[in-house]
Design a binder for this molecule. Sequence first.
Ligand code: C5P
Length: 322
Amino acid sequence: MTPVTVRVPAKVNLQLSVGPPRGDGYHDLVTVFHAVSLFDEVSVRPAERTSVVVTGEDAASVPAGRANLAARAARALATASMRRRGKAAVRIEIRKRIPVAAGLAGGSADAAATLVACNELWGAGLTQPELREVAASVGSDVPFALLGGTAIGQGRGEQLTAALAAGTYHWVLAFASGGLSTPEVYATCDRLRAARAAADRRDSTGQAGPAEEADQPRLSTELMAALRSGDPAAVGPLLNNDLQPAAVSLRPDLRRALNAGRDHGALGAMVSGSGPTCAFLAADARRARELAVALTGAGVCRAVAQVKGPAAGAAIVPAERR
Ligand code: C5P
């Protein structure tokens, strides 16, 4: 049987507004997801038992076997489509270009691609909304990797509304060496906020009081208007990531990369998601190329990639194009 291959994009968050921690270990958030043209490819074929084989960028740091998010996605789809156990095993091959633990949702992308691929391989017939529900059970960023484009995420990030965004945006991604743990970045964000709130209270009352809750997350209407205009010069200054101070405090070297990008003409500079990748918005393709060269020359990152957004979500690659 021929394998089914799916191509799936990385994402950056144009806005990431993080609320206080919830009882279940997550944070309510409002985010603007934006898929970019850096793709992983995932192929699935029937097998005796489920396995995951990873090649390409960072292959050794991807968790193998049952702990892998793609393997979890295959199991979740088998359960949702009531596939008999003996018929649900697949060999999953991931060709990685999206770096691991980089704030680009690479693992979530592979999970989303696996859902689309297994749905096709098994003829399971789940609709997009049904797939999205299974995706949300696998991880907060997985539903967006199915959808792609530019979209507002709420709740844990899994409740999506497509956003009205005009034009094409040119980005340079600066990859750092090593990754960051998403739970650790969220926990650091909580700690920094608690410390700041305590310091503010000390300043105003002369003594430390009980901790206050962080503000509820809020969508930037200014950013949404800028996205509708399609003008990168309007979008750049409005990029905002509440996790950035936490990522920078865990990786102070990121400050140098962000400053280098701004110094070399980026319209906006931010840490992507929970980091450590930094994303820089350029005015056009030529300026993105110049920025990529300058960042490489400045020696502030491990590697750079020039990408465009918005990119389409997880999609089957027709056999003749493989
Ligand atoms: O949903 P996912 O498994 O990708 O989330 C990974 C971790 O990121 C969670 O365990 C949690 O620590 C953190 N997270 C969060 N709030 C969110 C999304 C993720 O605290 N909205």
